[in-house]
Design a protein around this ligand. Sequence first.
Ligand code: GLP
Length: 241
Amino acid sequence: MEVIICPDADEVGRVAAAKVGQVCAAASRPVLGLATGSSPLAIYRHLQLMVGEGRLDLGRASAFALDEYVGLDPAHPESYRSVIHRTVTEPLGLDPDRVHVPDGSAEDLEQAAAGYDRAIAEAGGVDVQILGIGSNGHIGFNEPTSSFASRTRIKTLTQRTRLDNQRFFDSLEDVPTHCLTQGLGTIMDARHVVLVAQGEAKAQAVAATVEGPVTALVPASVLQFHQRATVVVDELAASRL
Ligand code: GLP
């Protein structure tokens, strides 16, 4: 695991975007793995700059988001489909037909989950997976005790995650209780992984991920087994390392 400590949150985005850009530039049809949440927004901003200045061409890129709420109208502004469209697809000028988000409103969720893993495989696998981290060490929506071998599937959100995400909704009751998320096994299949974290609220999760034992209680700690995992954090998120 390569750990890079940056002076501030914007520099985290710049360094991580450079890494993502480097992997994309080496692929003829790059496949990006996208994360939602506030942490990767700085990456997307810097990727947008790189594309705008002609330093990066994502014209042939496709992308797969990590996760989606179950039971939320896809048109809801906080559905991950909407969030990815607003924060990634539009600003980076990606082809919307090649940006995929799990279908949390499918009638048969298990089939939708299995189909999502198949679609990733058919696209040739993810070249570089962007990740944030939950305050409880989750990646995607793989909550503590998720199996390291898990594939895309339905998960129940923990109360802590629902409380963390309450800020995007009018009330706690409006926060969905379930999601579809790529599994830890799916994430580990990506050829490169770039995890970013900023702020003191993530310091404990970052320390447990990087220096703690590999345990299903800290799902991100599985990345210690990844051959090309880069963790880019600001000084606050690194404060417990
Ligand atoms: C959600 C997402 C995760 C994300 C996490 C942290 O739970 N499913 O992919 O990493 O939030 O979000 P933030 O970056 O806003 O702290």
